[in-house]
Ligand binder design. Structure first.
Ligand code: 6PG
Ligand code: NI
Length: 183
C-alpha cells in the first residue's frame, strides 16, 4: 500500500536524510568484474575488503509510483589507478533519475550502449540521467563524494547490463586530477 505523506529532514552539510530507511554497504568484494585490473581488485579484497560506498535511504519503498530518495557516500581511493566507484546499473524499464552532489568531487558516468557521457559533480550540481542511460558514480577526489538521488520506485537496478556492456570509459588518477580512458 502507498505510504502517508511525511517530512524528510535533509541536512546538505552532513549529507543525511531523517528518518532513515535501509542502509546498503558495498565492500570491494561486491565490485567483482568491474575494475579493469582484476588482480589488483582481488588483492584489495584480500587486504581487508574495504568499504567502497554506502547508500542511505529514506523509508519510501522501491515500488511503482513511489519516489524514493537516497544518499550515496563513496570513499576516496583507487585500485590500480582506477578511482573508486559504484557498481553502476541500468534501469530495466528505462526511467530517468536525478542526482544532486553534496560533498567532495565526483563524476556521473553514463553510457547508452554506444555513447559515453561524463558530468563533473561538485556540491550544487544536479546531474540528470535520461531514460535508457546506464549510470555509475565515481569519486575523483581525496574526500568522500556524496550525492542525493531521487528516482522512480519502480525503476529497478539491472547490474548485469553493466557487466555485459561496460560503461564505455573508466576514470583513472593522473597527477592533477583524473583522466577518462576507453580501456
Ligand atoms: C538508484 C540510484 C542510486 C544508486 C547508488 C548505488 O537507482 O537507486 O542510481 O541510489 O543505486 O548510488 O549505486 P549502484 O546501485 O550502482 O550500486
Ligand atoms: Ni539509478
Amino acid at each position: 500500500p502507498p505510504i502517508s505523506p511525511f517530512a524528510i529532514q535533509f541536512d546538505a552539510e552532513a549529507a543525511t536524510l531523517t528518518p532513515e530507511g535501509p542502509t546498503l554497504t558495498r565492500r570491494m568484494s561486491a565490485l567483482d568484474g568491474l575494475f579493469k585490473d582484476h588482480d589488483a581488485w582481488q588483492q584489495a579484497v584480500a587486504d581487508g575488503d574495504p568499504v567502497v560506498y554506502s547508500v542511505q535511504s529514506t523509508p519510501v519503498p522501491e515500488v511503482d509510483r513511489e519516489l524514493p530518495q537516497s544518499i550515496t557516500s563513496i570513499e576516496a581511493g583507487t585500485t590500480a589507478g582506477e578511482f573508486w566507484m559504484t557498481k553502476g546499473h541500468q534501469h530495466p524499464n528505462h526511467q530517468g533519475e536525478i542526482y544532486l552532489a553534496l560533498h567532495g568531487t565526483g563524476g556521473l558516468l553514463m553510457f547508452d550502449g554506444t555513447e559515453t557521457q561524463w558530468i563533473d559533480m561538485v556540491p550544487g550540481t544536479i546531474g540528470y540521467i535520461p531514460p535508457g542511460w546506464a549510470h555509475r558514480s565515481v569519486n575523483v577526489g581525496a574526500d568522500p563524494y556524496k550525492f542525493l538521488a531521487v528516482y522512480p520506485g519502480g525503476a529497478g537496478h539491472d547490474y548485469g547490463w553493466v557487466l555485459e556492456h561496460g560503461m564505455g570509459k573508466r576514470a583513472y588518477a593522473v597527477t592533477d586530477g583524473f583522466e577518462l580512458r576507453e580501456f
